[in-house]
Design a protein around this ligand. Structure first.
Ligand SMILES: [Zn+2]
Length: 107
């Protein structure tokens, strides 16, 4: 991956940025707050925004045996999400979880 120099003297490298509450690939300076987006990274944000329209909303948590499960909308199947695909679950913030899948669900 090509590295670029920032006007502050830092190095701009590929990383991950929080944009509109989406975690996306970006180019960021290792010294200042400078953030840049390649055309592909911009497309990634647009695809995530579109995919989120399908998922975002109030969902129910149900009891399944000794576990609990979050009910997701059926339309999420279009993104290849199915039973058994989850890789890891972790706390993301004071009131959110991150559910990470083994494969990319938004391409
Ligand atoms: Zn900089």
């Amino acid at each position: 991956m090509k590295k670029y120099k920032c006007k502050c003297g830092g190095i701009i490298e590929q990383g991950r940025c929080l944009v509109e509450d989406f975690l996306v690939s970006c180019m960021k300076c290792n010294k200042c707050e400078e953030r840049l987006f390649t055309p592909d990274q911009t497309k990634e944000l647009i695809r995530l925004r579109d995919a989120n329209k399908v998922v975002e909303g109030e969902r129910k948590i149900i009891k399944v045996g000794s576990s609990i499960a979050a009910l997701l909308p059926k339309k999420i199947n279009n993104y290849g999400i199915e039973a058994g695909l989850i890789d890891t679950v972790r706390i993301l913030s004071k009131n959110s979880l991150e559910i990470q899948f083994k494969k990319e669900i938004v391409k």
